[in-house]
Design a protein around this ligand. Sequence first.
Ligand code: SER
Length: 597
Amino acid sequence: MTTNDIRQKFLDFYKARGHKEIPSAPLVPENDPTTLFTSSGMQPLIPYLLGQSHPSGKRLVDSQKSFRAQDIDEVGDNRHTTFFEMLGNWSLGDYFKEDQLPWIFEFLTIELGLSKERLFVSVFEGTNDVPRDEESAHIWKSLGVSEDHIFYYGVKKNWWSRSGEPDKMPAGELGGPDSEVFFDFGTPHDPAFGEKCHPNCDCGRFMEIANSVFMQYKKLENGTLEELKQKNVDFGGGLERIAAAVNDNPDVFIIDLFTPLITVLENVSGQSYTKTPEITRTMRVIADHMRAAVMMMADGVVASNKAQGYILRRLIRRSLLYGRTLGLTKDLSYIRELVHPVVSLYTEAYPDVGEHAKIIEEGLVEESARFAKTLDKGLLELSKIPVLDGKIAFTVYETYGFPWELTEELARTKGQHVDREQFEEEFKKHKDLSRTAAAGMFKGGLADQSEQTTKLHTAHHLFLAAVQKLVDPTIKQRGSNITAERLRIDFNYSRKLTDEELRKIEVLVNEKIQENLSVDRIEIPRDEAEKIGAQMEFGHKYPDVVSVYFIGSKEDYFSLEFCGGPHVSFTGALGNFTIIKEESAGAGIRRVYGTLT
Ligand code: SER
């Protein structure tokens, strides 16, 4: 069964049950300036979920092209992709759980032939306001799902809205409890992720393949949830993940939508996909990014320095940089060779791809050639400079668009170290960079200096101090990324943090916010800062004189960190801190996302 067959079977299955097929909305949302890309099937249907009547009726089915820019750094493992297709079916106030769950189960087990034994399901455990979903559990049991394959989870896992849990939903946002289906690949549990394995465990044994959202609530201005006039079903299933389950292999990059791209990369580089984990990762990144770039261009996105165009440019540049690590430096014809399989795989389902094939190919080659020239010029300039420092690294970035990572790697081959902090300082001084910075070009540093970002940066320090005090004092920061919307922090720790630990951290951070502690910066020699125990990022190199930030009094501080700032002057300015998500970011590394409201 090919992945194209799976898509078609899904559409036919629901059409046979009274659904009208609707075309995928474009990747760039129409009439929605608040978001760059369509990232889920329900997004274009919001007015209809709220009650407006849909011209195709109350039962809809589609396969929606989706893109999640926030996942760009996650690509490289066996399951994350930026572009994906979401199979979706909707009941706009028509049928509900009693039809949806049996249908999706029938589709997965009968149409696709997945074994019942390999499927696990989750249902909502309930809150004070929303009842525990015994009804779904009962339906699953009646379908033959055994009790030990049914798991209850709370709002973090079994509630769906575009902004996450009920507390995080802004007024007017839609949401509801959901019931997910997971495929068990049967790989042994890795205890680093917790004592016991379960469907939402991050050890890699399970993969979520289907999500039925019972979209029946709207958030009101007063913070409460109101039942919608109509009870909706919003189903979403990642096509690539479903195909991986059918393939009985958790690597989505070996499904037939990716193998032709991987084969091109193997041929042009002369290296096998499985040769080393690094090569596997590199080929996944290129295959993902080039597919996404083609699909974006088919929807009219043109590489530029703004908005969607900037994301496209970033995908292409990242592909080329990763390509260089496979030895693909001079001959860019492989770019053309990667476009062809994407066009032939997608033209039937999305005719735009075939119609624009020539423009896409030429556009991609042109943009790649432009960047390759920039790289060559930059490399030549760099080779003339005897000692590279952060200032020069910034100048070549500014002049040639030369990425930091590459400059650093050149410097390393000369036995030099380029000071990242100096580079970042230069970056901050430069007034006109919010455009690229806001799009998150720079990992590991502040993206911009807006008020909200500054607040999140201070919250980041509070979080690190809280996790050290409450969970383990030996925890060290291993990476960070802050945008105007949220903070992200990576740190070393061998297991998933429990919900209880996360809650306690939230409480402690909020207490420190309420205490309105002062935030003070001093400049001292690095040795002295180390002596007084200032936190530094693991593996990060610092200059001889560093800037450190105290939160609280210098005699009795809550947090002390090496940092260039900027920060708020008093923690009281931060508002309310919430943790959005906790996940693995590689072996022994945890990643937490948090936000301020
Ligand atoms: N809205 C849900 C999701 O995106 C189901 O379609 O997962």
